[in-house]
Design a protein around this ligand. Structure first.
Ligand code: ADP
Ligand code: MG
Length: 308
C-alpha cells in the first residue's frame, strides 16, 4: 500500500506546476519518493531524496479537495493551498531554524500539490518522541518549549498564525535536540480581529472556541502551548472532553515543579485576556531554570575532581 502510493507519484504522467511553466525539471526528475512518514488531515507525508545531491527531504501530498483555505501567490495563475503561501512568506522573511523550511512545491494536475520540505536527518515527531520515552524531564521540556515559543514569536512577527500547535506538529532532531514546527495546514494570516473558523485540533483548542466559536490568535496559541507543555511534562494531554476544556483546570498526574505548574495554569487561564503573551512566557521564572542549571553544571565541570 505504501509503496503503491509512492509509485503512483512516479507514474504520474504529467506533473504540472510552476517548474513546468518556467521550463524547469518536473518533480519526478528532481526527487525520489520513499516510504510514508505520516499522514493526517491534509494528506500523506513521505520521506524522499533530492536527486541532485542526495539531500533528505519530506514530501507532503496535499489533496485539493481537503484544502480549507486557499491563497494567491504573485506570479501564479491559480490559487495555492494556504499552507504553501504561509511557508513561502516565512521563507521570504529569511526563514527560522525553528520552522521547517519549504524547499519547493509543485502542482499535480487534477490531484493536488506536492510540498517538498527539509527533513532533519535523525528526526522524530514529538508525539512519537513522548510515546517512546514517556513524560519528559522538565529540563528537556523547557529546552523544547523555549525554542517553540521563540519560534512562534518569529512566526507571529511575520504575519502568520499556526493554529495547530501540538506534539504531532513538532519535529525533534534527536541528535541536536533542536525542534522545528511543521504543518501550517490549519494556519492563517495573523490579524488583530477575532477568528470564527478553526481547523486545528479540538483537544488543543481553547474554551472560547469550544463555547463561543470565536478566538483571537495569541490567546489561542498560548492555550495550545499550555496543553503542549502539560503533555511534555505529564506524558499526555490534560483535557479530552469539551467539558474538561471549559473547566480549564488541569490535574497534574506526575510530580511537576511548582513553577512549571504555575506556567501551565497561566497559559490555561479560562479567560483569554488572563493568559500570558509569548513574551510573558519567556520571562516566566520557570523559563530561567535550564540556563541556570547548565551554568551550574559548567561550573561544576570545571572544578578539579578532588573538590567535588
Ligand atoms: P497533516 O497535515 O496531515 O497533519 P503533517 O504536515 O503534520 O500532515 O505531517 C504528518 C506527519 O508526517 C507529521 O506528524 C510527522 O510525523 C511527519 N512529517 C511531516 N513533515 C515532516 C518533516 N519535514 N520531517 C520529518 N517528519 C515530517
Ligand atoms: Mg499534522
Amino acid at each position: 500500500m505504501l509503496e503503491k502510493r509512492s509509485a503512483d507519484l512516479h507514474s504520474e504522467e504529467k506533473v504540472e506546476g510552476k517548474h513546468e511553466k518556467h521550463g524547469k525539471e518536473s518533480f519526478s526528475q528532481q526527487y525520489r519518493c520513499g516510504p510514508l512518514l505520516g499522514s493526517g488531515g491534509f494528506g500523506s507525508v513521505f520521506s524522499g531524496q533530492r536527486l541532485s545531491d542526495g539531500l533528505q527531504v519530506a514530501i507532503k501530498q496535499i489533496c485539493s479537495d481537503r484544502v480549507q483555505q486557499w491563497a494567491r501567490l504573485p506570479g501564479e495563475l491559480g490559487p495555492v493551498p494556504m499552507e504553501i503561501a504561509l511557508l513561502q512568506r516565512l521563507n521570504e522573511a529569511g526563514g527560522h531554524g525553528g520552522v521547517i523550511r519549504m524547499l519547493d512545491w509543485f502542482e499535480v494536475e487534477g490531484r493536488g500539490f506536492l510540498l517538498v520540505m527539509e527533513r532533519p536527518p535523525q528526526s522524530q515527531d514529538l508525539f512519537d518522541f513522548i510515546t517512546e520515552r514517556g513524560a519528559l524531564p522538565e529540563r528537556l521540556a523547557l529546552r523544547f518549549f523555549r525554542q517553540l515559543v521563540e519560534t512562534l514569536r518569529f512566526v507571529h512577527a511575520h504575519g502568520v498564525v499556526h493554529r495547530d500547535m501540538k506534539d504531532e506538529n513538532v519535529v525533534v532532531d534527536t541528535r541536536t535536540l533542536e525542534v522545528k514546527i511543521i504543518d501550517f495546514g490549519s494556519g492563517a494570516l495573523l490579524k488583530d480581529a477575532a477568528y470564527d473558523e478553526f481547523e486545528g485540533t479540538r483537544v488543543y483548542s481553547p474554551p472560547e472556541w469550544v463555547q463561543n466559536r470565536t478566538y483571537r490568535a495569541v490567546p489561542l496559541t498560548v492555550w495550545s502551548l499550555g496543553v503542549l507543555l502539560f503533555d511534555m511534562v505529564c506524558g499526555d494531554i490534560p483535557f479530552e472532553r469539551d467539558q474538561e476544556i471549559v473547566e480549564a483546570t488541569p490535574f497534574f498526574t506526575r510530580r511537576v515543579s511548582k513553577e512549571c505548574q504555575a506556567l501551565v495554569r497561566w497559559c490555561l487561564s479560562l479567560r483569554p485576556e488572563d493568559r500570558p503573551s509569548l513574551e510573558d512566557i519567556l520571562s516566566h521564572p520557570w523559563m530561567d531554570g535550564g540556563e541556570e542549571e547548565e551554568e551550574e553544571e559548567e561550573e561544576r565541570g570545571s572544578l578539579p575532581s578532588s573538590s567535588l
